[in-house]
Design a protein around this ligand. Structure first.
Ligand code: GUN
Length: 290
């Protein structure tokens, strides 16, 4: 069993980006600029956005964090997005999800200029992805593809089982793995909450992508020996003995699954770090195409 180390793989991506930004700056150009909008005080969202901003700084990107109150009106958020849409110094815009209940996530996603949609959630971006056109790939599936590339994991002709059909991970992941791409060309099965024989299907997976958001859901008896196991889960599980009062758990029961797997991503230290790498790559792409 080999660990797919998100720290190593994301560092490699970030190093390449850093060099590219450095070249841009020495030729007198401005740096790529990401605007992140955070509504409210959701603990996990705070952590993710802080990490995105920090990573921008590490590789020489400019970033602006816009914070809005939990009670903000939808119209104010939409106006904030519109300002960033028309600001020539802004390349990428992301609104951290989830949003408070008075705000329509769909309206917000559709308000972002597709040319600045570095999350790849706009229907224009999703449509292009499905048609195999160049677009912004949602950061988590993009990060997973970068991880497969970094470790040169063969995917052609393999059976990939994706657990979870979210717009953010499962669905775009299934599209990418089935695409005609050096790390695609899989036969893909998507499992979800209504799947009848999930265990039997998982056992057929040469590659399993667990993205359902339930701590330690994938057990050893669901995994074929030698499978590649990609764990997307980041669930906070209460634990009084932990310093923060919780521990981060993946969707895979790591200790029992790891000995059966050929490759496995840890949580933390796996896919989460690659998500940021994907976002940074999208931001540079947005910068270059404007
Ligand atoms: N919430 C969970 N994942 C994501 C993500 O990739 N982007 C945004 N904007 N919100 C999220």
């Amino acid at each position: 069993m080999e660990i797919l180390d998100g720290k190593i793989a994301s560092q490699a991506v970030k190093e390449a980006l850093k060099q590219e930004v450095s070249l841009l700056k020495t030729s007198g150009k401005r740096a790529p600029h990401l605007v992140a909008i955070l509504v409210g005080n959701n603990g996990a969202s705070e952590t993710y956005v802080a990490s995105k901003v920090k990573n921008c700084a590490e590789i020489g990107f400019e970033s602006t964090l816009i914070r809005l109150e939990e009670t903000v009106a939808e119209a104010e958020l939409l106006a904030t997005i519109e300002k960033a849409n028309t600001d020539d110094n802004v390349d990428g815009i992301l609104v951290q999800l989830p949003l408070p209940k008075q705000i329509s996530e769909q309206k917000v996603i559709e308000a972002i200029n597709p040319k600045k949609d570095v999350d790849g959630f706009h229907p224009v971006s999703v449509g292009k992805l499905v048609q195999g056109l160049e677009t912004f790939i949602p950061a988590t599936p993009y990060g997973i593809m970068l991880m497969l590339e970094h470790y040169n994991i063969p995917t052609k002709g393999k059976h990939a089982v994706v657990i979870g059909r979210s717009n953010i991970v499962g669905r775009p992941m299934s599209v990418l793995l089935s695409s005609n791409h050096p790390y695609g060309n899989c036969t893909v099965t998507i499992c979800h909450s209504q799947t009848a024989n999930l265990k039997e299907i998982c056992l057929q997976g040469d590659i399993i992508v667990a993205a359902l958001g339930r701590a330690e859901f994938v057990k050893a008896d669901m995994v074929k020996p030698g499978a590649v196991v990609i764990d997307v889960g980041i669930t906070r599980v209460e634990d009084a003995s932990a310093k923060k009062g919780y521990r981060i758990k993946g969707d895979v029961a790591f200790d029992e699954v790891a000995p059966k797997a050929s490759y496995i991503t840890p949580v933390p230290g796996g896919v989460g770090l690659m998500t940021i790498a994907g976002l940074l790559k999208n931001t540079l792409q947005a910068y270059k195409s404007r």
